[in-house]
Design a protein around this ligand. Sequence first.
Ligand code: NAD
Ligand code: MG
Length: 396
Amino acid sequence: MVSGGKTRVTILGATGSIGASTLDLLRHGRDRFEVVALAAKRDARGLAALAREFGAQFAVLADASGYSELKEALAGERIEIAAGREGLLAAAQADTDVVVAAIAGAAGLEPTMAALRPRRRIALANKECLVSAGKLFMATARAKGAEVLPLDSEHNAVLQALAAGSRAAVEKVTLTASGGPFRLHAEERLAHVTPEEALKHPTWSMGAKITIDSATLMNKGLELVEAHHLFDLAPDRLEVLIHPQSVVHALVAFRDGSVVAGLSVPDMRIPIGVALSWPERLHWAAPALDLGSLKALTFEAPDLGRFPALRIAQAALAAGGAAPTVLNAANEVAVEAFLARRIGFPGIPALVESVLERAESRALKEPATVEEALAVDHIARSLAATLLLQFAAKAS
Ligand code: NAD
Ligand code: MG
């Protein structure tokens, strides 16, 4: 990105799945990249080991209680450390070229917003921040002169495919979904699936929250909202197809009948590399796609009956206003409740839909500031917590 010198990279969410993939890629390119700040929630030892390995200038834990452990783990090193909200915001604002925004959930909104700075690139993994406050986020990025490039594999493929034609000539954008581990399950079976089964994703290895979202198809719903904001596409130009092999990540159809698709093996290091180097291409030992060794690439329409989360997300996107913010917050509560075995798998979309219905009467406005986004998020979480008691009582 930076001609001559090394590209300076900060990673928010360094100890997670995207953080690990990013750092693995940086291991291949130590001559081109240097690490400025690394931030995580509470894994002090894990963060310290990464900060030491990559010679980071700054290591930060969002959870203030981890400060002394981090200090101890980095004793004798010339690495500045901090903990708590202020520290996280300082890490987001530290002088750097690229910020990899890879915190999971709406928790990423405030620090990712804080990272928006002139001439800075945000390699965005944290889709929840676009679902929660997409209009605000993109408008702030434009106003500040920050560049937002998607790291999510589908959107990263869209970014590349869009380069093949003019924006005005785009007819339709299709995001693919693997269909998750329950793609072939009959509806009755879905009521009995366990968190362990839901956490076994067929093609990708990711953090727990997004893995559950992939199993419900909520992830694809969140990604529709993400695509709407990233590429300024009307909801009716966005479509989802189930593609179990996860090789074709997205397709862009142009009005002349041409379709340009983005393909790769399902390995997040590939879209991360694109987001770090775009429009240049990184040269690294990337796993090659061998189409000849694959039996078939298949595509089918999603079943919104068995996977209502996608339908609910599409409705929230169409409704606009505060609905996507509510959807995101309710889904975070629902996923946690499922992982804690408080509700069953079908309880996830059911809870989210109930929260959206309840929230309707509150006439909540589309957030215009981070504070407003967090306030709507908070209301939705409270509604979800109340409804959860009823759901859990029914289930037991
Ligand atoms: P993960 O759970 O593996 O990691 C999350 C990271 O965020 C960890 O480093 C954790 O310490 C940090 N974190 C969590 N809460 C925090 C808080 N309150 N403050 C500061 N840091 C906090 O998640 P992941 O799978 O790496 O996903 C991260 C984001 O990337 C999510 O938004 C997800 O939707 C998106 N994404 C992930 C993948 C993937 O392959 N894993 C693909 C596409 C998009
Ligand atoms: Mg994705």
